[in-house]
Each structure stands twice: as structure tokens, then as C-alpha cells.
Design a protein. Sequence first.
Lengths: 151, 747
Amino acid sequence: MAINFTVNGKAASSDAPPITPLLWVIREDLKLTGTKFGCGTGLCGACMVHIDGTRAFSCQTQMSEVAGKSVTTIEGLSPDSSHPLQKAWLAEQVPQCGYCQSGQIMSAADLLKQNPKPTRDQIIEHMSTNICRCGTYQRIVRAVERAVREA
Amino acid sequence: MTQHVTIENLTARSPRRRLLSRRQVMIGAAGLSFAIAVGVDRRAAAAVLGSERSGKALSPWVSIAPDGTITIMSPATEMGQGSLTSLPLIIAEELDADWSKVRIVTAPTIEAIYGNPGFGGMMYTAGSNAVTSYYRPLRVFGAQVRRVLVDNAAKKLGVPAEELSTEPSTVVHAKSGRKLSYGEIAAFAEVPEKPPEVKPEALKKPSEFRLIGKDVPRVDLPGKVNGSARYAIDVQVPNMLYGAVLRAPVEGSVPDKIDDAKAKVIAGAVKIVRLPYGVGVLADTPWAAFEARRALTQSVTWSRTGTAWGFDSDKGMERFAADAKDVARGATEWSKVGDPRGEMPKASSTLEAEYRCDYAYHAQMEPLNAIASVSPSGDSVEIWAGTQSQTTATEAPAKLLGIPREKVKLNDMLMGGGFGRRGNRDVDFIIDAVLLSKEAGRPVKVMWTREDDVQNGRFRPISAHYLKAGFDPSGKLAAWHHRIAVDRVGPYMDPVRYQQSGGKDFIAMLGADLRGYDVPHQLVEQLYRDTGVRTNPLRGISFTANRFATETFLDEIALKRGIDPVKFRLDLLKNAPRGVRVVERVAEMASWGKRREGRALGFAFLDYSGSQVAGIAEVSVDRRSGEIKVHNFWCTIDCGVPVQPDNVVAQTESSIVSGLGLSLTERISIKNGVVEQSNFYDYRVPRMNEVPAMHIEVIATDNHPTGVGQMATPLIAPAISSAVMQLTGVRLRHTPFTPERVKAALG
């Protein structure tokens, strides 16, 4: 039976087995490849999306759990890279290999939604769910702080 | 910040996607050189590269369209280090191009034109040497094209070329006020048969640079904040199947009995395939491929071939250490300065020490993967992969399929991290896709899971170090002996280059010499070991192990002699003024010598392939848990001309974080020949709450640019060891300094 849900504001439907991780449906069926596969175990955050407005590891979310829900991926964060975090990410030249950065930005967007003026410690605590192997952490903090300032 | 530069081939949904296909560029560039461009093939070449967008090929590196768009080839692959921006930038500088008109195309696999001079012309991006090796040639290539444009403008305007100058993308005749844009000139330009000679003195002086040293935004970043940047794992091609591979638990084993009953009934599983080194799964979806692969794990038996069977890395380390210390045991001389064998016995006093380093894993964020499409007749293949070497990524598949290399079309994609994992001669992860595509008769995307990636990793080797220092009667360090028992890397990761280098295992041994330091008699010896474990270059290569040993030993020597460790290094660097400068500056930045409550500082210095780096770590230790916290890290780097200064800072931040992981938590262990770790819960890489505040200063000099991609990584372990010694009086000698080891050391 098809599972109906919303992705980036558009209706979507999937007949993938209900235990299939959302990640693979987003990437391979919906071709929204900005959401990445990193560890498959909810340890790295490369797969981070928003479900009903809150961040979630799409590799740990089964399709059965998203029925009727609204999923936002990096492609849906803004229509034209204009989200304050995306602008701040470029201003601070954050990405290196870039592979984890969709997940980083989605995590940060979740933080700012809950707490528009986070302290540095709150940023670090929240963002420590996400691994960046290039070690762009210091710039991520700066970018979040910039987005807070300029939003 | 505006972003004008566009990248071809790497951005899927680039709004300015050009009409020119990669195949056309490939064919065009293959036939192009200065000589050919105006020869009989000129029209053919022009037809290929002469679309309105792409414009006229003025060299294999540069073509200019009538609208002023300048296409520049980038020969290095991009794994996050920024070469995709910095190499074309070097051409654009001497070409005097308007950067906003530049579009960058990844160069096709033609070693004769685009090969890396630093690797004997192989197309290979590694060793932090892309800018170092390409800097001079790219400047000349850019200047040659500028010369051609100026000469053509001179002819058109009827003035001597000497009266012309250039502004970005414009030739100017100041006397008459006339100007011609590069686009206008390209429309009528005649390209000489031979490239014009450009003497070194005709190149720009650093003071004339408009782009180099000015921090141009990286061209690949806009696609990396909106999900549009394309990595190999994002590629889909029509009619594609998904693949996964179960590999042998022990290197060198091959599948014996395969019971595929459970695997083939998984919904979506298409076929189970015996491979020479494992068992492949073909499936309709990635999830089905992974599920079927999981179902195979207990259903395959393996041959007991390969030398790693039964290997235990803890026991292996003990043997390595015993052998290193046993100076009667045979070793190969790696490097020698002065007469160490003669001088050591004459020493008035000596000091000895031992150090150890564990296996470590790359953990690039994008698990290895590749897409291959073998033609039905098997006489050609198209590959999409993130690779550090276009050469090996095309050679190995050609060899496997028994086809000419021209029949391998490689789409080299952005890499989600490389760190040395993706440049092997055998390109394991690409071969997976080629074999399975051949079997399927369809394109196949093979993805490794993170567990595959860890357990089939190719590791920084284990090493055990024995060091001895001899002092003259005044207490001066006179003789130095360093014996390194280290698992071999070169013969495993790239037998071809290993042989070409005359059997020198550079990836295991570089960094052992005391470059920059004045120590009159030095001997470094290698105890070659082959455990059968897979090994590889890993960021910082052997500098991470060898510099941990040598810098920590120098710290011990300084303490023994009662000399401040920074002052001791400055004395040793008396003939290395660039080294002195980075050391003095970092000491100043960190307020070296200032006492801090509950924390201490540790120092390290390194000359890494010419780049001078110095670092100071500020640490505290939780004695109960054994956890080390690095609060601050100060670092200075002199890499000569910094082509992209902010990227030098970014790469240094990145190098520091890598070094932190290798120093504190990252450890691969082998039991019975099998890797014990499997994912980020037991292979712990640094997270945001574990990294120090990093304070980095680039000391710009006019020296030839040297590497920046990994230079600070080897500083971290010795700096931490030194700081922990200051704080606790205990010396840490075995990386990583895990809490258990720290607790054991503290007693």
C-alpha cells in the first residue's frame, strides 16, 4: 500500500516497503540527493531532514513513520539558497568536501527555529549530533552566529 | 557575496548548464595542443571546442567565447581541499582573466597534457601538492594565452605588442585609448603553431597579483549549501541496478561456499554474484541490496588465504616494539646525516625512548561508491566516481575488461572527502561497479555501507619507534638514531609507484628525518614489516607517526636538559629562518610561558614538504576519567605564497581536527585478521564539542607555494603529549591517547 506524505510542500507517494528508511526514498526515488547517506545508524547527521518541522535522521526513519507527515529536505529549505544559514555558510566559506553540510544546515535550521538566539554553548551542544570529517566546526559556529545576527 | 564562476561537470542543476558535453570537451582536448590547434586538425578541433559558449581553444587549458566566457580546465580532483578553485585561479591570474567570466571544467584524463608534475605526470591529487606542482606550469600556460591575445590584438590594431597592456579580460592600447575584450579577440585570433615563449621574468610580480592571495570565494561552495553539488553517490543513470558487496573478513581471502538461499528471496534482490574477492548483490533498490548483502553474511565461507589470518594488532605492536628496540636486529637505512654510527658511541651521555601509533581509518563522510556502465559488448565502460586519481580510475577498469584505456570514460565527481583513501592503484570500489555492471549487462551503482567502509578500510599503518640521542660533553644534541618498525604501505597501495620509487616506502617513512633542525649526525632506519593488513596513505601520512616520535623525543630531551622546549627548537632551527619565524610567532600568540590554572601548554614544529608549521596545544586532563581536553590550539603556517589565504586557514583548521582525532580517539584494531570496529560508535572521530578553539595565522612569504592540506595534522599528538607531561609529569607514548591509556599512564 502506498504511503502518502509531503516533501518540500509537494504531495509524495511511495510504494517502498514500510521498513525502508526515508533516506533512500528521498534520494533514489524522489531524486533529492542533497540529503546524504553517511553511516546508516543515526550517528553522523549527514541524512538530517525536518519532519513536521523538527530535525530527524532520515536513515533512522522508516517510511511507515512518515505517512501523512511533512518532510523538508535541504532542497526545500529555501527556493534559492536564501535562507540566512545558507547565506551565512557562504559568507563564512564553511564547506570543504561539503558532503555533511546539508545535514549540518538542516540541524542548524532546527536549532534556530526552536531558539532564535542560541548561545555559543547551545550551538555546540545542538550541532554535536553532526559529524564533519573535514573539521569545519569552527566555521559552522561562526556561520550560525552570523545567521542569528543577520536574520 | 556574489558568485560568478560556474563549474561544469560537477554541478547537476547548474542554472547556466552549457551545451557542450563532456565527451566533446574530452575529444577536443585530446586533439589539442598549441601545435595541433593551428595545424591540419585545427578546424576539427575548433568545431569541437568552438561552440558559442565554449569558444575558441587557445590552449588545451583555456578557451574563450565571443561573449567573453573563459573556460579553464582544472586538472586536480576536488575532495574539499579547494583545488578546483585555486588551480584555475593561477591560470586566470597570468591570463589576466576577469574571474567573473570564468567557468571551470574538470580536465579529461589525458596525462600528457594535464598530468601532475609532482607525481611523474600521473593524474593524481594527493600529498597536498596540487598547487605546489602545478603553480609554475599553470602560470606559464596562462601567460602564454595572454601573449597570444596580445599579439593578435597588436596585429588587429596595427601597433607594436609592447605598447599593449591588459586589464582583466581586456587588451588596452593606452596611447590611443583603444581596447579589445578577450572575447572580441578570440573571435578572430590566430593561434600560433608553437606556444609563445614566456620567460620567468615576464610573469607577474606578486605585487601585481589581482587574484592570487586575494581570497576568491570557492567555486564549489554554492552547490554545497543547497544540495545541488553532485557526488558519485548522487548519480543515477537510466536502467540502473544497485549493488552491494560482501567482502572477505580477512584480506586476501576469497569466497569458498556461497549459500544464497536467504539473500535471493529478499524482495528486490535480482542476483547474487560470485566475485574474485567477495560476493556481489544486484538489486532494484539500495535498501534491497543492503538487506540481501546482510542475509549473506553468515552464509559464505572463505578460503584461508592471505597473510593476515590470525593477526592480532596488539600482539603485533609488541613484536614491532621489541624489534625496533633490539638494535642488533637488521634494519634498512632510510636516511643518514653525518656519521651517526661513528659518533653515537662517543656520546658522553644518551637518552632513549619508545613510541607507538595504531592503525587509523579515513572516515571520509561519503562511503565509497561508484557507478559503472559496461557496454553490452564489453568493449567500453563509462564510470562515475570520486577519485583522487583519474589515471588509476581508468587504468584498472581497462585492464580488468581487457580494453584500451580510451574506451574508459571517467566522470570524476566531487568527493565527499578523500584523505588518501581514493587513490589506490587497484581502485577497489570502482572495480566493484565494473564487475557487477558487466555481470548485469546494465549500469550498476555500488555503494558501501559505513560498516563496509570501516571493515574494509585501508589504514594508516601501525608503527613502533625506538629513539636514541647522544650528547656531547657540553650537553649538546650530537647524534640521533631512530628505528621504525612499520607495516608496509607502498607495495600494497600502489605497487607501480613503489617500484618506480626504487622500493622506497615513502608513505610509511616520510617525516622521519629532522628537516630544518641542526643535528649533525642522524640515522633513520626502517624495519620493513608486512602483516597482511590493508594499509594506505592517510592525511598526514607517516608524518603523523614519525613526527609524534621525533617531536615528543625532542620535548623529552629539552626537559632532561632543563631547556625550555620552544627555546630548544629555536636553537636547533638556527639555520632555518622561516622555521624560526613560525615558532616565535606561535609562542607569542599562545603567550608561551604564561602559567594557567589546571591547564598546560605543549609545543611542536614541523617542516612538511617545505611548509613550515608550528603549533601549541592548551590541555587539561580529567584524572578520574582519563579524558584529555584540548581547549585551545594556536598554529602558524608559512606555505610560501598563499594562493587562497582563507583556504589555507580552513585547511589548517581541518588538519588540526584530523590530528586531534588521531591523537585522542581514532583507533583501528585487528583481531584474528579482522577489523574490530564498524561504525562511528566504535571509531570515534571528533565532534564539535570536542574541538578546541583554533587560532591560526598564515605567515605569507614570497617563496614557492607549498602544501596546506594536512600540514598541521602531525603537530597535534606531540603537542598534546608535551602539554600532558607539563601538567601531570607523565609522558604519553602511544597514540591515540585514549582515556584507558591515560588512566593507566597516570597510575
